[in-house]
Design a protein around this ligand. Structure first.
Ligand code: KIV
Length: 272
């Protein structure tokens, strides 16, 4: 069970904002299936994100761009059944909120109504200001996402650290302030220098959640499959691996195959 200094029965936007005030760090991880979500929730993670990283780690896609709204709704519905305590956030996939505000609002509404998510996350800065304002007015909590925004990978051309240059860093601080002003409760900062993340964290009232953004954010997020060591091909320095699941799974599969081949499975005790 959770080892939090502050014990919360249920994590809400108010709790997240309170954590920022008291200095308790927010622990966020991703989930796409029932069993993982149940374990995360029971362990006491504060926010569970059904990220569009489902495209990379579940669907085997190279980018997150092909992930659809219906797929996010499907995975969020599945995760919802397992989550009792954590706050459940669903990612808005590419082109589900970019066409116009009316369509975006309708899609965010679908996420909350059909999947049971309690908030939406979306990539972007100033461009999404009117949308975020409208969503917050309606009562849909929003988490922003700045820095390395994977839905813009073809524009960036690389997954390298963002906002090292003064102009981009200045723009990022400006975007963070805009999103904060229109009411996001949280802000993912992905792959930016620690000092810049610290500056943003100091200048906004929402909770900053870092991924490759150093220790000064109000919380941290990782893709669960990465921190479990399920992807041997992906080793960025910001991922700390807490398990070697690939090795464990490969060993288990090999042992099972061997047991079947040598007829030692099933035994008498495993038969009726
Ligand atoms: O899609 C995702 O999992 C994310 C996290 C990396 C924040 O956006």
């Amino acid at each position: 069970m959770s080892s939090h200094p502050g014990e919360y029965k249920r994590i809400t936007t108010k709790v997240i904002l309170n954590m920022k005030k008291t200095g308790e760090k927010v622990a966020m991880l991703t989930a796409y299936d029932f069993m993982t979500a149940k374990l995360l929730d029971e362990a006491g993670v504060d926010i569970i994100l059904v990220g569009d990283s489902v495209g990379n780690v579940f669907q085997g896609l190279e980018t997150t761009l092909p992930v659809t709204l219906d797929e996010i709704i499907y995975h969020t519905k599945v995760v919802r059944r397992a989550v009792k305590r954590a706050m459940l956030v669903a990612d808005m996939p590419f082109m589900s909120f970019q066409v116009n505000t009316e369509e975006a609002v309708r899609n965010c509404g679908r996420i909350l109504k059909e999947s049971g998510a309690e908030a939406v996350k979306m990539e972007g800065g100033k461009r999404i200001e009117p949308l975020v304002k409208q969503l917050v007015d309606i009562g849909i909590p929003v988490m922003g996402h700045l820095g390395l925004t994977p839905q813009s990978i073809y524009k960036f051309g690389t997954y390298e650290v963002r906002a090292r240059e003064t102009a981009e860093a200045k723009q990022l601080v400006e975007d963070a302030k805009i999103l904060d002003r229109v009411g996001v409760f949280g802000l993912v900062l992905e792959k930016i220098p620690s000092s810049l993340a610290a500056k943003v964290t100091k200048n906004v009232s929402c909770a900053t959640i870092g991924i490759g953004a150093g220790p000064h954010c109000d919380g941290q997020v990782l893709v669960t499959n990465d921190m479990l060591g399920m992807n041997e091909q992906f080793h960025p320095r910001f991922v700390r691996t807490y398990a070697k699941l690939t090795e464990t799974m490969r060993g288990a599969f090999q042992n099972y195959i061997d047991d079947v081949k040598k007829k030692s499975f099933p035994s008498k005790n495993e038969s009726y």
